[in-house]
Design a protein around this ligand. Structure first.
Ligand code: COA
Length: 260
């Protein structure tokens, strides 16, 4: 697929995805969502990719939300379809991606933009970032998992306050309440995200995938996370990576993992 709205490239086992609608503050229109869905599927399936760095073009916005102009005349059925398709193909696909996805939040992360960042596994924000879920100012609520993921990350009280006031918060406050993992000057944002991904890419890929699955299952109502952990833990013993990791430790050398 040739992308028009995002830039996607693999460099040294990291998949860089940049949402590229700077003039519209990288708002998520249908094409962006389709291309993101495709890119995440590609990252999930590629053996070369060990981690994903997701950001927005420019210095002003990560993503300023779903493209408001697109859903102006939507009916109940269309609204339901929008949320369902988006959640399944993009937001849940990111959350369930076996490669860690790091959001580099380089400015506004509002509405669907904050929901996108929250679907990622790790969030790094630049000092100028502003985060919020302003949907109620439009007569809507978050539809891409925001009510669930914000509550999981910051707790019910803070989530209801942010969603019902529609207030934007600073990067510093987002850090304080656990919404982002770190805050750095804008000039250091990508290098901080790369630093984390460069560390992750040296670890055993199948164990990373198992860890993501087990952690995610702690927040799913229909599965027992402890059971998933037992299964995933046991699966690791069958991998070549496990043999390599233990062998390298005993031989006092650095492990080289192949994801097998
Ligand atoms: N959907 C569609 N277009 C958007 C957008 C969105 N969510 N957010 C910004 N844009 C567009 C603006 O319409 C404007 O386009 P134009 O130049 O063709 O008029 C362009 O991006 C720049 O935005 P602008 O509003 O001029 O920038 P600003 O610095 O004055 O304000 C924001 C920045 C983020 C505060 C403001 O753009 C905003 O409130 N955006 C909507 C946020 C929102 O409600 N998101 C949730 C959607 S569910």
């Amino acid at each position: 697929m040739v992308y028009q709205q995002i830039i996607a490239e693999v460099k040294e086992n990291i998949f860089y995805i940049t949402i590229n609608r700077e003039q519209k503050l990288n708002a998520l229109n249908k094409e962006v969502l389709t291309e993101l869905a495709h890119a995440i599927k590609f990252a999930t399936q590629s053996d070369e990719i060990r981690g994903v760095l997701l950001t927005g073009a420019g210095e002003k916005a990560f993503v300023a939300g779903a493209d408001i102009s697109e859903f102006q005349n939507y009916s109940l059925a269309e609204g339901k379809e929008l949320a369902k398709v988006g959640q399944t193909n993009v937001f849940d696909a990111i959350e369930n991606c076996p490669k860690p996805v790091v959001a580099a939040i380089n400015g506004f992360a509002l509405g669907g933009g904050l929901e996108l960042a929250m679907a990622c596994h790790i969030r790094i924000a630049s000092e100028n970032a502003k985060l919020g879920l302003p949907e109620v100012t439009l007569g809507l609520i978050p539809g891409y998992g925001g009510t669930q993921r914000l509550t999981q990350l910051v707790g019910k009280g803070r989530a209801i306050e942010m969603i019902t006031t529609a207030d934007m918060i600073t990067a510093e406050k987002a850090y304080r309440i656990g919404l982002v993992n770190e805050v750095v000057p804008q000039a250091e944002l990508i290098s901080k995200a790369e630093e984390i991904l460069n560390k992750i890419k040296q670890r055993a890929p199948l164990a990373i995938a198992s860890a993501i699955k087990a952690v995610n299952s702690s927040l799913k109502n229909n599965v027992n996370g402890f059971d998933i952990e037992i299964e995933e833990f046991a699966k690791c013993f069958q991998t070549e990576d496990f043999k390599e990791g233990v062998g390298a430790f005993l031989e006092k050398r650095k492990a080289v993992f192949k994801g097998e």
